[in-house]
Design a protein around this ligand. Structure first.
Ligand code: FAD
Length: 117
């Protein structure tokens, strides 16, 4: 089957959205189990990402820049950095990672407050 660049880009945008939003909701002070869960998620994401060529490139990036999962800031900063590495390879603009704070909002509102009670 022919490659479909539009579908590939659409998948990429949807995936990055989930990826960064997940980092933005990762605990500020994760337990060891939280950090392990995120490590495992990232490794499986890189293994199972449906565009095989993209996944292979991404696995190389993970080897060079191991996922940072010690805190929300570390994880979000790391994800922004590796996405920028992909942007570089695809000759896209660099994203200003200092702006990542309020850019990714899951829209889940009160959920955390409820869970904490
Ligand atoms: P995207 O890169 O999809 O970004 C979406 C939005 O996220 C941007 O509009 C911007 O608002 C924001 N953003 C941009 N940079 C950052 C950042 N550093 N941190 C946080 N937010 C940011 N495509 C290929 O053709 N070849 C590949 O090898 C390839 N590998 C990929 C590997 C992975 C793991 C993923 C998830 C996607 C890959 N893609 C690949 C798809 C590619 O990265 C883009 O998603 C796609 O080309 C659409 O690009 P876009 O310009 O719409 O912006």
């Amino acid at each position: 089957k022919l490659e479909n660049a539009t579908a590939k880009a659409e998948l990429g945008r949807a995936s990055w959205k989930l990826f960064h939003t997940m980092m933005a909701r990762f605990p500020e002070e994760p337990t060891a189990d939280d950090s392990l869960a995120l490590q495992t998620y990232i490794q499986l994401f890189a293994r199972l990402y449906p565009c095989g060529d993209c996944a292979a490139h991404f696995r190389k990036l993970l080897q060079k820049y191991p996922p940072q999962t010690s805190s929300r800031n570390a994880a979000a900063g790391w994800a922004c950095f590796v996405h920028n590495e992909v942007n570089k390879r695809l000759k896209k603009e660099q994203f200003d990672c200092s702006k990542i704070g309020d850019f990714y909002d899951c829209g889940c509102g009160e959920e955390d407050a409820k869970a904490a009670k």
